[in-house]
Ligand binder design. Structure first.
Ligand code: MN
Length: 729
């Protein structure tokens, strides 16, 4: 186990002004906190955070990150709290350790392979601070190095996750060595036979090559020296997993691989890179199509190098990477090292140094993908700040825009789940559907079959998918209302004509109505776009409508009609023939019914419905003066009758004009009568009629006509009341 002074020395080697006291205190604190805890290997637990810190010293991270690495498992695995860390080590380190604790919780969520890309994003979003990510990667690397101590049944899952998420992430931020090491361990765990085979073949090839590597190395050295280029030659052998992947990807055999052996030529200046390249190309024939200049055009992760492949001694193909020391450091340690290098020194104070900020931006861009168009597109977005990542109870990851609600989540999972959503549980707790989702939330949507999403949801959602689905579902519900109404109107029209209604006959008559489906016809009638009499005529072409003269509206029981030769007469709703009229139940849920806004009908009133195309029926008392407006449009008149639900009584609006003698207390008296008779007052308007009288316009809510009549009688019985009249709009 690394000792305290060794750790400090390692950091001071690249970061001379590192806060020694901080490192010492973190070391002692974590050692005590983990106490006698043991790892699966039997080692003291504290050896793990120390190894993680050691890996990070290779990446030249700052002293705060090293301290956070030493403390990274204390909150999750010991009695330590965030407050403890904050009190002892300050807000910055507490923030880093807290981020690592959150990431650790994500490890417990089951994950699916296809979602690796989203999980990488989630990781970055939760990490937020790039230093958290660096510690997390180092943590994973050490855990992978010691994976053989973990029970076999757990190894595969951890290896899969590492291969899908952490290894590509390391690669994308330029930490190639870490990526390759992670991949090789995963390869060994997941495909032990293939790993063994590759290792053995590589070994045989190495033996066959014999002194070749040394030969090439010495040759290169001599040629550089002859041209006064100060350079270092490193023999380099590809890792088994990357060879395996290349074989798989390109469907080529082991023997066909040209670049198993490679050399790295590290020189001082960029100019030297190109000079060395010229010398190499002069000495050996180069393989066409293998030359790549990543110095003039760096890779997205800022990797720079010149690559070429030549046919060397004994006709062995040799891959060469030529670069400067600075470029080499980036290639080995990734952007973290490069960032430090660029800044010249590491900023130990504050939150993120410029270097880390720069790195974080780069990661955000890189993580999005290798596609250059995507890359460009996303440079315009604050990628991860705009998204939130949540899980279904089964571990499926759902990516949503920030401010998304469980309703968005429900629609993202499935349209039916969205439409039928009635509630939700977030992280196991019942929560409102309009909650704002947070990263890592596990969301369970509670559903009930046959729901219609409230149209108000449209304003609660942020995803286009949810908005479109809600609009579609509410439109469909309205269409169903109209088709339900249309069916009633059509059935009634057939009954009035003494004809039997059948769907089959109507379907046979569809061409005559120029409609494609039965539903279309019913909806058109319900919307008032098609007259029900025409539907009867389409089915029974010789049917003649009875045109009546009728009495004026309000003429009492029996028939009333509107005058005019081509106008129809309608039955006034009456008990004796309830079967052919449309039952109206309050503000019905399944019919598009409205009541006249003022002076409307109350149950017990004789009523008539006026169909307004596209809106539905409006109910008026038959004595309503407003009805004269529809005299010329007989097709809009509908027979309707009350259908009051005794188990769910509703109140209806009515208007009264009360004339009272102008004396103190009269208003209070009127109000008391209304209250005593179990009515509600919505509004009272007063005006002076004469000096002696006042007129009150009362908007009240009553159960039915009987109730209204009783109220009017009570009012009339009061001495100061001169008259009471009902207003019918
Ligand atoms: Mn750990």
């Amino acid at each position: 186990m690394m000792r305290q002074f060794e750790l400090v020395e390692r950091v001071k080697r690249y970061h001379p002004e590192a806060n020694e006291d901080l490192l010492n205190r973190a070391y002692v604190y974590a050692m005590k906190a983990h106490g006698s805890q043991k790892r699966a290997s039997g080692d003291p637990y504290f050896s793990h955070p120390l190894e993680v810190a050691a890996i990070l010293t290779d990446l030249h991270v700052d002293d705060q990150t090293i301290a956070a690495a030493i403390l990274h498992d204390t909150i999750e695995d010991t009695g330590t709290t965030r407050t403890d860390i904050e009190e002892r080590f300050g807000e910055n380190i507490a923030h880093l350790v807290d981020g690592l604790t959150k990431l650790k919780k994500l490890d417990l969520v089951s994950k699916k392979a296809a979602q690796a890309e989203n999980l990488r994003k989630l990781l970055l979003a939760v990490a937020a601070d790039v230093r958290v990510l660096l510690v997390k990667l180092a943590d994973r690397l050490h855990n992978m190095r010691t994976l053989h101590f973990v029970p076999p049944d757990k190894r595969a899952r951890i290896a899969e996750e590492t291969l899908e998420i952490y290894a590509p992430l390391a690669g994308r931020i330029g930490m190639q060595d870490m990526r390759e090491e992670l991949e090789d361990i995963c390869f060994r765990v997941l495909m032990p036979d293939a790993h063994l085979m590759m290792t053995q073949r590589l070994q045989r090839l190495r033996e066959r090559a014999g002194g070749l590597i040394e030969l090439i190395e010495n040759d290169l050295k001599a040629k550089l020296a002859a041209n006064q280029i100060d350079g270092e030659i490193k023999g380099r052998e590809k890792r088994v997993y990357s060879i395996w992947r290349k074989m798989e990807r390109k469907s080529i055999s082991f023997e066909q691989l040209s670049d198993i052996f490679g050399f790295r030529v590290v020189v001082t200046t960029m100019d030297d890179c190109y000079r060395a390249l010229g010398i190499i190309h002069q000495a050996w024939p180069f393989v066409p199509g293998r030359f790549k200049d990543y110095i003039s055009t760096p890779k997205q992760n800022d990797y720079r190098s010149v690559h070429t492949t030549v046919v060397g001694p004994k006709h062995q193909r040799v891959e060469l990477q030529i670069r400067t020391r600075e470029m080499d450091e980036v290639a080995e340690f990734g952007i973290a090292a490069h960032a430090a290098y660029k800044d010249g020194k590491i900023n130990g104070e504050g939150t993120e140094s410029n270097a880390y900020r720069w790195l974080r931006r780069t990661i955000e861009l890189l993580a999005e993908g290798d596609n250059p168009e995507e890359f460009l597109e996303h440079t315009k977005l604050e990628l991860f700040q705009d998204q939130v990542f949540c899980f279904t109870p089964k571990g499926l990851l759902i990516a949503l825009p920030r401010n998304a609600t469980p309703i968005d989540f429900a629609y993202a999972v499935h349209t039916d789940i969205g439409n039928n959503a009635v509630g939700c549980r977030i992280n196991g707790r019942n929560s409102p559907l309009m909650s704002e989702l947070q990263n890592g939330d596990e969301v369970e949507i509670l559903t009930t079959e046959g729901q219609v999403p409230p149209s108000a949801w449209e304003s609660l959602v942020v995803t286009g998918k949810a908005r479109a689905a809600i609009r579609r579902a509410t439109r469909e519900a309205v269409r169903k209302q109209f088709s339900g109404l249309g069916r009633k109107i059509v059935e009634r029209a057939f009954a009035r004509a003494n004809k039997a209604f059948s769907e089959e006959k109507l379907i046979a008559a569809l061409p005559r109505l120029a409609r494609a489906t039965l539903e279309d016809v019913l909806t058109a009638v319900g919307r008032g776009e098609m007259y029900s009499g025409d539907v009867v005529k389409a089915v029974f072409p010789d049917f003649k409508e009875e045109i009546g003269k009728g009495a004026a509206p309000g003429a009492g029981a029996g028939w009333f009609g509107v005058s005019g030769a081509d106008k129809l007469k309608f039955k006034v709703p009456g008990q004796e023939n309830a079967g052919s009229s449309i039952p109206i139940r309050g503000l019905s849920d399944d019919l598009p019914v409205n009541f006249a806004p003022e002076g409307g009908a109350v149950p017990g009133d004789r009523i008539v419905g006026i169909l307004t195309p596209g809106e539905g029926i409006t109910i008026y008392p038959i004595q309503s003066p407003a009805l004269t407006a529809y005299d010329e449009e007989p097709w809009r008149w509908l027979d309707v009758r009350w259908d009051v639900d005794e188990h769910d009584p509703r109140r209806f609006a009515a208007q009264l004009i009360v004339s009272v003698i102008n004396e103190p207390g009269s208003l209070a008296e009127i109000a008391r009568v209304i209250a005593d008779t179990d009515a509600n007052i919505d509004n009272i308007a007063m005006r002076a009629k004469t000096a002696d009288f006042r007129e009150m316009l009362l908007d009240i809510e009553v159960w039915d006509l009987k109730h209204l009549t009783a109220i009017m009688s009570e009012l009339r019985a009061k001495p100061m009341v001169a008259s009471v009249e009902r207003v019918v709009g």
